[in-house]
Design a protein. Structure first.
Length: 120
């Protein structure tokens, strides 16, 4: 049986307000001060600059994350995670059989997708 979803919202008033862009991971390190195991990830969003994100993508190794294409929400504001500022949210989906909050990143099927490209 299908589960109920959240209420229907107006696309223009919600989704269209989120600045979703494609970026490439250029730096990854363990974020020691976060409440749960997480990485500090620097993402290059092309003309939108480099942004830092703290996220729970720790089922991937640092080496595996380097160079990956990721989708980021750039206009949610800065959030303090431990002693780090997380400037963007990297979109992900729960990592298979992992505890809630541990994610794998969303990435485009085409590796030649444009850095900074709009996600819609």
């Amino acid at each position: 049986m299908a589960r109920e979803t959240k209420p229907v919202v107006d696309k223009e008033a919600t989704f269209d307000q989120v600045e979703l862009r494609l970026g490439r991971v250029v730096q990854v390190s363990l974020q020691e001060s976060s409440p749960k195991k997480a990485y500090r990830i620097v993402v290059d969003f092309g003309k939108f600059g480099r942004k830092t994100s703290v996220g729970r993508f720790t089922h991937h190794s640092e080496k595996e994350l380097m160079g990956q294409l990721v989708v980021g929400a750039l206009n949610f504001g800065t959030r303090q995670v431990g002693d780090a500022d997380s400037e963007c949210l990297i979109l992900g989906v729960q990592f298979p059989k992992a505890e809630s909050g541990e994610a794998t990143f969303l990435t485009p099927a085409n590796p030649d997708a444009k850095i900074g490209g709009k996600v819609f």
